[in-house]
Structure formats: structure tokens, C-alpha cells
Write a protein that binds this ligand. Structure first.
Ligand SMILES: [Zn+2]
Ligand SMILES: [Zn+2]
Length: 128
């Protein structure tokens, strides 16, 4: 089941015109999938589709393999962006340039900072 429900919105660019596949994708669909290893670039799902980063532009470097789930997230306007991997966040911003993603950031959720392993003291001398 790849389309979990009506809450998932897809862009006209990527889905409504799907019937015109070969023409619409400029013959690049296979190239995109091959370049991306037939896997979603965000989560590695082995059955991705192709997303247009710039609607209507069928240019190889502006197309990216995304699974239905990640693709839906890119096109949804209400999302929990803190759960997004960096690439997904970037793609989302491309589709929602006026989105106020900071609204959804929960500042209470913080991972503990990694402790750097010190090999040298402040003045550069080896300890011990
Ligand atoms: Zn995915
Ligand atoms: Zn899309």
C-alpha cells in the first residue's frame, strides 16, 4: 500500500500528468531512477517515483527519485519537519518557499551533545 490516504497531497506536476509520462518526463525518468540506484534518495525505498524539484522542468539534475511516502511529505504543507532528514527538508523548502517550518520545531527535543575526545590541551601539548 503506497498511498496511505487522502491526507497525502501530490503536486499536479508529479502526479496529475502521469499519463503523459514519457513525454512529460522528457524521457529522463529511467535515467533519474538509474542515477539514483532505483532507490528513494531520502529513505532508500526500492520502489521510488520521480519528483520534479522545479515543476515542469524535466532536467536530469532537477529530478530526484523519491518513494511515495517521502514524495508526499515533500508536497505536504503541514509536516513535522524535525523528523525530516536533511535532504527531505531541503526538498520540502523548495516546494514551500514561504513555509514557516520553525513553527513545528519542538525545542524540548534535544539530543545530548556529543562529547569531543580531547587529544591535546588548549595550548597544544599532548597530555600525560
Ligand atoms: Zn522515501
Ligand atoms: Zn513532486
Amino acid at each position: 500500500m503506497k498511498f496511505p490516504g487522502p491526507t497525502y497531497r501530490f503536486c499536479a506536476t508529479c502526479y496529475t500528468l502521469k499519463r503523459q509520462d514519457s513525454e512529460y518526463f522528457g524521457g529522463l525518468r529511467e535515467q533519474v531512477l538509474e542515477r539514483d540506484g532505483y532507490a528513494c534518495r531520502v529513505c532508500g525505498d526500492p520502489d521510488p517515483g520521480v519528483h520534479h524539484r522545479v515543476p515542469g522542468k524535466s532536467v536530469l539534475h532537477l529530478m530526484i527519485a523519491l518513494c511515495a511516502g517521502c514524495h508526499a511529505k515533500v508536497h505536504r504543507t503541514k509536516v513535522v519537519l524535525t523528523e525530516f532528514p536533511p535532504l527531505l527538508l531541503k526538498l520540502w523548502r523548495e516546494q514551500h518557499p514561504t513555509g514557516h517550518e520553525q513553527t513545528y520545531i519542538d525545542f524540548n527535543v534535544r539530543k545530548p551533545a556529543a562529547q569531543p575526545v580531547r587529544l591535546f590541551t588548549e595550548d597544544g601539548e599532548i597530555r600525560g
